[in-house]
Write a protein that binds this ligand. Structure first.
Ligand code: ACO
Length: 319
């Protein structure tokens, strides 16, 4: 059976980090950050917050919106690359926080595209008939992976979590998903895992990013992707109600919207106040626009993301 989005939720830490505050830490300026990225501020997790606590909070909201109890879930998939530990997975810890049922729970690692990849996996499980109710969470704390002196990454990333509950249905809410990877770009964007780093190199276990090279590939791959996604569904851009993009950079988002000839009024953005929250960015944007009433049942949504791997993907949704 196909699947529908039954409920959504999100969580943002209370602690704000504005561009003006960043000016005190590194050689940057509010005007540069706004002009190059569109970001004004981001939220930063407190020490007690983690991918687990934020993900569980977003999940509780999504469960409430779906009108179901965590004990009704069949599966939990969490998109993240910033868990506190290599294992247990963030998903297992979220499962323990939500239910005593021994349902399967696992992480999907596709950096900023993780939520789209996890949504696609969840949809396949429901389509195959194996499961009926699946919780999909995107939760990341990438602020902790940015070197405190690295203005390249520090200005971009914030923390947060988003979640959706997918349910089996007669109608195809998730119309199609499209996933791509290109591992040859690994040197342009990544984080070295601590366990793979010698003690002398510990200081190097931070995010590395060749921003302008990532930017060019992101614009080109996303432009191809959105056109191909519509073509695969025999749809035109004019059939879409909303573009819900990954919130990395307003210039990348505008380039994708331009490719679709969609006005920015039909594009959901949160990056002005969230920054890039990695795997959480798409479900946060989705939930914000559902809760404020812009996204309505019956509308057509195009979700897309691009990030480390490189990995990029889209989902066409009849909400
Ligand atoms: N503050 C002020 N000046 C800066 C900063 C900064 N934070 N960073 C760079 N600059 C300067 C550079 O030194 C350079 O100066 P110069 O012209 O005197 O040499 C100038 O600004 C332009 O630098 P570029 O790197 O060319 O700037 P660009 O316009 O490309 O913007 C940015 C940089 C915002 C990082 C952009 O390239 C970008 O958004 N890239 C994509 C990032 C992204 O999407 N990441 C992927 C997803 S994340 C994931 O998967 C985990």
């Amino acid at each position: 059976m196909p699947s529908v989005i039954a409920g959504t939720g999100h969580y943002l830490p209370a602690q704000r980090l504005t561009n003006t505050m960043l000016e005190q830490r590194v050689d940057t300026s509010h005007d540069w950050i706004v002009e190059r990225t569109g970001i004004h501020e981001r939220r930063i997790a407190e020490p007690a917050e983690s991918a687990v606590t934020m993900g569980a909070a977003a999940a509780r909201q999504a469960l409430q919106a779906a009108g179901i109890n965590a004990d009704d879930l069949d599966l939990i998939i969490v998109a993240t690359t910033s868990g506190e530990r290599a294992f247990p997975s963030v998903a297992c810890e979220i499962q323990a926080a939500l239910t005593e049922n021994n349902i399967p729970a696992f992480d999907v690692a596709a950096a900023c595209s993780g939520f789209i990849f996890a949504l696609s996996v969840a949809d396949q499980y429901i389509r195959s008939g194996m499961y009926e109710k699946v919780l999909v969470v995107g939760s990341d704390v990438l602020s902790r992976l940015c070197h405190p002196d690295d203005r390249n990454t520090l200005v971009l990333f914030g923390d947060g979590a988003g979640a959706v509950v997918l349910e089996a249905s007669d109608r195809a809410g998730i119309m199609s998903t499209h996933l791509n990877s290109a591992g040859e770009f690994a040197d342009l964007l990544g984080v070295n895992h601590l366990s793979r780093t010698s003690p002398e190199q510990l200081g190097e276990a931070w995010m590395y990013m060749k921003g302008n090279e990532v930017f060019k590939v992101a614009v080109s791959k996303l432009s191809e992707l959105v056109v191909d996604t519509l073509a695969a569904n025999n749809m035109q851009a004019s059939d879409l109600d909303w573009l819900v993009p990954h919130q990395a950079n307003l210039r990348i988002i505008k380039a994708t919207a331009k490719k679709l000839k969609m006005p920015m009024e039909q594009v959901i953005t949160t990056l002005e106040y969230t920054g890039n929250t990695s795997a959480a960015s798409v479900p946060i944007a989705l939930d914000v626009a559902i809760r404020d009433g812009r996204i309505q049942r019956g509308q057509k949504l195009l979700l897309e993301a691009f990030g480390g791997g490189f990995a990029w993907g889209s989902a066409l949704i009849d909400y």
